[in-house]
Design a protein around this ligand. Structure first.
Ligand SMILES: NC(=O)c1ccc[n+]([C@@H]2O[C@H](COP(=O)([O-])OP(=O)(O)OC[C@H]3O[C@@H](n4cnc5c(N)ncnc54)[C@H](OP(=O)(O)O)[C@@H]3O)[C@@H](O)[C@H]2O)c1
Length: 354
């Protein structure tokens, strides 16, 4: 690793712009930025107020670019699921380039996409680099939850609740949360899993016929971090419906009252040790005046509760990913989930941050 960290970023959308800005502000040299089709050939400074001299390249050039320039890290904010992230992460793994993504499934993909994860893991081990997932859930659904659990004498139930607005992100995330479809469509597309047994759900997720909710991976992350052995896991999906219109910024249109405007997922894991993990996430089109919220509760000896009102979701998605980079560069080779990385720290070029 050179003294100055050299990075490439893939996916210059809503999150990618913040991640790239944070990296530059911390003194990381961003040598290349890649998109699929938008803004190709443009200088970052034509779109943002930073990054002069950095050109947006087409994703097909990524593999060659990694081979030729050997950056220390590739940060990725393109898509959610491992099947969609695979091409980029494999390209990094095969070229020996460490990679970290906010793609949600990558936070703990061993049980939801075992074959893809094992393939990336093998390539990363062979080429001595580390691939992992981070983002908002890394800290707020993972690190803080497990840290709080670690302070009690005995835990019976660990609860994490997270409500967040979708405005400020790109269009993909509205679709992932089932926004702007009728309740009947929502139930058809998302709720069919509610009647399945935990074993049927697990099989369907592994086979790719059921999309895991975001908390599906988090419960496994928490179990791994706390050395708990899951024996069953079940997700229940419900639509969020308002009796007033809400505005989807990235689409530039309203969701009518009575239509689905978001998704609530509840994932419950039972463990061999008798500890239950219940994770609830509600992602919905923002309601003016109502901020997000993160809440944690440990039921045990003693009971513990903590609430974080109005988290800045976008900043707190991007800063954990950037703050994980130094530990990523020192981590063992393979697909290494963040529960296995050393503790993250605030770091950076403090002069630049003044
Ligand atoms: N973990 C977290 O905490 C967290 C939080 C927020 C969002 N996310 C996830 O992060 C991802 C990005 O979110 P966003 O709001 O930034 O979305 P966005 O604004 O739509 O941006 C996505 C960007 O990725 C590019 N892209 C997509 N697929 C690509 C591919 N195969 N190769 C190269 N570039 C590709 C797109 O390029 P084109 O425009 O050229 O297609 C676009 O610039 C989503 O999956 C979202 O769910 C995670």
């Amino acid at each position: 690793m050179s003294d100055k960290i050299r990075a490439v970023h893939v996916g210059f959308g809503a999150m990618g712009q913040v991640i790239t800005q944070y990296m530059i502000e911390k003194g990381i040299e961003v040598t290349g930025v890649f998109n699929r089709k938008s803004n190709i050939g443009k200088d970052l400074s034509e779109i943002t107020d930073f990054g002069e001299g950095i050109r947006i390249r087409q994703i097909d050039e990524l593999d060659e670019f990694l081979k030729e320039t050997r950056p220390d890290v590739c940060t990725v904010s393109t898509e959610t699921l491992m099947c969609d992230l695979k091409g980029i992460l494999m390209s990094c793994a095969e070229n020996g380039v460490n990679a970290i993504t906010i793609g949600e499934e990558a936070i703990y993909p061993w049980n939801s996409s075992p074959e893809i994860t094992a393939e990336i893991d093998k390539a990363a081990r062979e080429n001595n680099c580390t691939i992992c997932g981070s983002g908002y859930q890394d800290i707020f659904w993972g690190v803080i939850t497990s840290t709080l659990a670690a302070v009690v004498h005995k835990a019976e139930k660990i609860i994490v609740y997270s409500r967040y607005g979708l405005n400020g992100c790109g269009t993909l995330i509205y679709d992932y949360h089932g926004c702007d479809i009728t309740v009947e469509e929502f139930e058809r597309n998302f709720c069919f899993c509610n009647d399945m047994s935990p074993e049927e759900q697990d099989r369907a997720v592994r086979e790719g016929t059921l999309e895991p909710s975001l908390m599906w991976m988090m419960n496994d992350w928490i179990c791994s971090k706390l050395d708990l052995t899951p024996v069953s896991k079940k997700q229940i999906i419900e639509p969020v419906v308002n009796d007033f219109p809400v505005y989807m910024e990235a689409y530039g249109r309203y969701v009518d009252p009575g239509k689905a405007a978001g998704l609530k997922a509840t994932v419950t894991t039972e463990t061999e040790q008798g500890v239950t993990i219940e994770s609830i996430n509600i992602g919905k089109v923002d309601v003016p005046g109502e901020g997000g919220e993160c809440r944690w509760e440990i039921i045990g000896t003693p009971n513990v509760k903590m609430v974080m009102p109005d988290p800045d979701d976008i900043a707190l998605t991007c800063s954990p990913l950037v703050n994980r980079i130094p530990a990523l560069l020192e981590a063992p080779a393979g697909f290494v989930t963040t529960d296995r990385l050393p503790e993250m720290k605030l770091w950076g070029n403090y002069e630049n941050l003044k």
